[in-house]
Design a protein around this ligand. Structure first.
Ligand SMILES: NC(=O)c1ccc[n+]([C@@H]2O[C@H](COP(=O)([O-])OP(=O)(O)OC[C@H]3O[C@@H](n4cnc5c(N)ncnc54)[C@H](O)[C@@H]3O)[C@@H](O)[C@H]2O)c1
Length: 386
């Protein structure tokens, strides 16, 4: 059993890491640290531990804690993960690994020097439906993928009082208001999908271009302090081999599923995507985060589209997920197992520090393209020749 402690007992810990680490046979949950005593009290009522602390130094010095999850907002990742690595703990940092590539590099350096494992919470690698997408790609279902379009969006910011579930408001507040987190929606969500494309295809991001809107500030008239960061982002990332990812993300409105609008219209957000390949197209539509049902996956194959057969097929899914917490519980538990493998020196599919750093590098490039464009806007030439 690996003695584990968790820093930051907010949404990611309560819905992901704590249920998974408690259920895992590889870990024993021994300690929690949070800056806020009220959060700590609420968390320990559900996940009792030997050490529930607000004192960071005391937490880092616990001799029965070998591994630490950092699940605080991104502005504290570098300091907390750095301290944990210096205390010779193995560390799993929630995405994004940190606010900047420079901070990520120093964490990677530190773990390499100390010989402790630095991993990153890119748990979508272990999502049952996204695992299935990976298997289909590996099985050559659509040939060589060259384009991936992904939509992750919610309408939470249009009416926060109604659309943010009870108890989750504080997590949204720092995302929207706090300048020190270092970024907005693009920083929050792009890392997941850069990681998935890398994990699925082995391609590396080479260039990024982005457009961002601040709808709450500019159209809804909210005070700038309430909407520091973008609330809609469109990012195009070019990967090695010419593969292009188009990622759109928003908290001011969402689309509906291309496959199954019932799934995408429910829950807090909509998440779907498609890949175009040299031999066909693959669509995936994820159901709500904690759904017991699997997401919908369909694909179209050039070779099959002949005669009566239009070429589309739905992927038959496994039985519903019986575990409480559904798909989210399943992927965090699988990630915990992979983390234990990495800690014990076994081969593991968990994202490492370098994987996390590459994703943050893509985020930086996207934001840099936004800044550069606003300094030197390029007008669209409407003098189209007759
Ligand atoms: N992988 C995922 O799918 C996923 C989902 C949600 C959040 N996240 C990530 O998890 C991290 C946390 O997000 P969240 O939504 O859980 O936030 P949250 O606001 O719900 O929780 C953060 C917790 O950290 C505590 N905290 C903040 N600074 C601290 C410090 N310096 N020391 C100790 N405690 C501190 C807060 O009091 C709070 O309880 C972020 O990096 C976010 O991007 C990942």
């Amino acid at each position: 059993m690996i003695g584990v402690g968790v820093i930051g007992v907010g949404a990611a810990a309560l819905t992901g890491h704590l249920p998974a680490l408690s259920a895992s046979e590889r870990f024993e949950l021994r300690a929690l640290l949070d800056a806020r005593p009220d959060r700590l009290e609420a968390a320990t009522a559900r996940f009792p531990v030997e050490h529930a602390l607000t004192d960071r130094d005391a937490f880092m010095a616990l001799p029965d804690v070998d591994a630490i999850v950092v699940a605080t907002p991104p502005d504290s990742h570098a300091a907390l993960a750095g301290e944990a690595l210096r205390a010779s703990k193995h560390v799993l940092v929630e995405k994004p690994l940190s606010r900047s590539l420079a901070e990520c590099r120093s964490l990677v350096d530190l773990s390499q020097r100390n010989g402790t494992r630095l991993c990153v919470g890119h748990e979508k690698r272990f999502h049952p439906s996204l695992e299935r997408v990976r298997a289909l790609l590996e099985g050559d279902a659509i040939g060589e993928p060259f384009y991936c379009g992904i939509h992750w969006a919610s309408a939470a910011k249009l009416d926060p009082e109604r659309f943010i579930p009870e108890g989750f408001r504080p997590g949204y507040e720092w995302r929207w208001r706090d300048p020190s987190v270092g970024g907005g929606l693009v920083q929050d969500h792009l890392p997941h999908y850069v990681d998935l494309v890398r994990h699925w295809t082995g391609r590396e991001p080479e260039a990024a271009s982005a457009y961002c809107l601040n709808v709450a500030r500019d159209l809804l008239g909210r005070p700038p302090a309430e909407s520091v960061w973008e609330d809609l982002g469109l990012v195009v990332v070019r990967f090695s081999g010419g593969l292009v990812l188009r990622f759109e993300t928003s908290v001011v409105g969402r689309s509906l599923s291309p496959i199954w609008s019932l799934g995408a219209g429910r829950g807090e957000w909509t998440e779907y995507g498609y890949l175009l390949g040299t031999g066909g197209t693959l669509l995936f539509d994820l159901l709500p985060w904690d759904s017991s049902e699997h997401g919908r996956i369909a694909f179209w194959q050039v070779a099959r589209a002949a005669g009566e057969d239009v070429g589309w097929a739905y992927v038959e899914q496994a039985e519903p997920i019986r575990r409480a917490g559904g798909a989210a519980a399943e992927m965090f538990l699988a990630q915990a197992g992979a983390w234990a493998d990495a800690i014990e020196g076994r081969e593991s599919r968990i994202a490492g520090g370098l994987d996390g750093a590459v994703c943050v590098a893509a985020v930086e490039a996207a934001y840099r393209s936004v800044e550069t464009r606003s300094e030197a806007p390029v007008e669209v030439d409407l003098q189209v020749p007759a």
